[in-house]
Design a protein. Structure first.
Lengths: 163, 163
């Protein structure tokens, strides 16, 4: 059975909080607090609008489900620096390059809004090395680590790229 | 003429957005965007409440003015990690140790809310070295730098302390 085609879309729609929560849960790499934050960002952005909230979303629709999404926005009190707050792809869509497509679309969107640099944070745990490899493959450099930032033994890794 | 005594207080009151904006402006080290963010955090916290907003404030009243303040709160998706988002002291109050008093009170407040670590960010510009010296004097360690994080030539310095 063939899967429906994937189409990138913005902005958010009313069905997205539940669908993005389902995607983030299915991704299998986020904990309960992170899943709640992901949903809350979508709800807040729908309520306030992307520009007021400071969050811009790109959604990869596949039939009635969300196969992946990215969320980025300007970093307050910086000049043309944006952060990639979220990027997540469903396990089924991971082999098809959807992560790279979302990253490229996020970079293009950020550039269109004035970004010259995009930063992305990750855990420095061993099981986050696939995330690091993804950022490196997209041209990002590991700028800094903060040990034990999330909890003991789970530090922060800050990646960045000049767009 | 002697100045009125300084008294630490929380929570926020309705006069604080204007008074904290005046203090942050008078501090002389924050740009227009940062001043706007400082005020917005106060307004948002008054509207939502400290726990819902995730921002806790300590105000140093001196007569009808604010001589200094600190703002801290839990870092989302971390375990018992808090960030010191703001600490500012009026030029007139800087020699009296008010910065250290506010820092000690913020650490105590964060610990009471479960914090085991407090992080604080700063610029890595040469003119921010007094801020770095203040953090070091309070027992903070420079964990990481991200070059050009705020703008070209103005990087990020991340300090932290185990409470």
């Amino acid at each position: 059975m063939s899967r429906p085609p994937i189409r990138l879309r913005s902005p958010l729609c009313a069905a997205d909080p539940a669908r993005i929560e389902a995607l983030v849960r299915a991704a299998g790499v986020f904990n309960a607090a992170e899943i709640a934050i992901a949903r809350e960002l979508v709800v807040e952005t729908l309520a306030r609008g992307e520009d007021a909230a400071g969050y811009h979303f790109l959604i990869a629709d596949q039939g009635d489900a969300v196969a992946g999404y990215a969320c980025y926005g300007p970093i307050p009190a910086t000049e043309n620096r944006f952060e990639l707050y979220w990027i997540a792809v469903s396990p089924a869509a991971r082999r098809g390059g959807l992560g790279q497509q979302l990253m490229a679309a996020a970079e293009m969107g950020a550039r269109a809004k004035g970004a010259t640099h995009l930063f992305a944070e990750a855990s420095d745990r061993a099981d986050s090395q696939p995330v690091h490899a993804f950022y490196r493959a997209c041209g990002y450099t590991l700028h800094a680590r903060v040990p034990d930032y999330h909890t003991d033994g789970d530090g922060l890794a800050i990646f960045g790229k000049r767009l």
